[in-house]
Design a protein around this ligand. Sequence first.
Ligand SMILES: [Zn+2]
Length: 381
Amino acid sequence: MFDFTAAEDDLPSSVWELGIYDAHCHPTDNYKRLAEALGIIDISKLTIMATRLDDQVKVRDAATQYPERIVPSFGYHPWFTHLLYTSPMPPESKYHHYRSVLLPEPPTEFMDLLPDPVSLSSFIEILIENIETHKNALVGEIGIDRSFRLPKSGKLISFEESDTDDSSSASSEVVNGHNSSDTKKLSPFTVKQEHQTEVLLAQLRVAAKFRRPVSVHGVQAHGILYEIFSRLWTGYSVPTRRQKKKEKEEQKFVKLDMEDGTPKSGNDQLPFPARICLHSYSGPPDQIKLWTNRKLPAAVYFSFSILINSRYGDKFKQVLRAVPDDRLLVESDFHMAGKKMQALLAEIVKFVCEVKGWELDQGVRTLGNNWRAFVYGTDDL
Ligand SMILES: [Zn+2]
């Protein structure tokens, strides 16, 4: 088990110099530390996730300020989807809204604690603006979470540290997904799956339109996520070798005409993102085969963290073995940039290499290639 209090990693600097990339993290939760931390950490690039309305701008600013080190990802996390209404017109009142998106139906006293909801379409506008400004930006963190419950306080879950000490002992709480004492106690209220799905689909449409990869969160939702993507993939298949030769550009998949089954030209806009990362994947090992079937018209990557995945013990090893070598990514999933983030990343790199039977150098090179392929789309071989 990883020692959460250790702030130093033991990877030699020659290994860091090969390039180690964090495929999913949240350092803007402690934004003030970011600048200082980037000066002391050896992580090549951080793929940083936005999650809610107020952190999109932090991710944007970080990416603008440190373009060499940061790849931004803009999106709306399932934990906060209750704050969005999806109807074209605003709901009659916040009470109407929360009654329609939360399960079971919450009492008025609980809804009193919650803010007025904001329209999904206004969020999508912000998303598009950010995506257009940042040409390498991803869409994320998006997804479905069926186990998440709203904090009793009505406040949002927060990972902000009042203490700026990098070696604070908050991580064991982070493992449970709750950090500040205010957000520790949970209510019984969950966000309806249909509502989460609607918010997810709207964001997947943006990712598809702007041809961006997505970082996806799935908890107790692996079957559902697979269904959602399968529906988007229906009617599309990977091009044959001859077609591929003809259309060398990436993402020119062949659309099968549903009427007579003949392939159509692949110039149409694809209704799904071409590259998908299932972050901190916690689904069954068997399902990996479905996601990585080479006939699927999208490349699905799996990213793993010590914080989340080491909880799964032996199952984690089985999962890692089942992931094709070219679809594996590593992440810290940590909420604060610094030496601890680096140590978490070093730990998962070592663990992956051990389970996969890779030499450290070879493993780091493979993981680096995979990250570049996922983020920049250089995998159209
Ligand atoms: Zn995350």
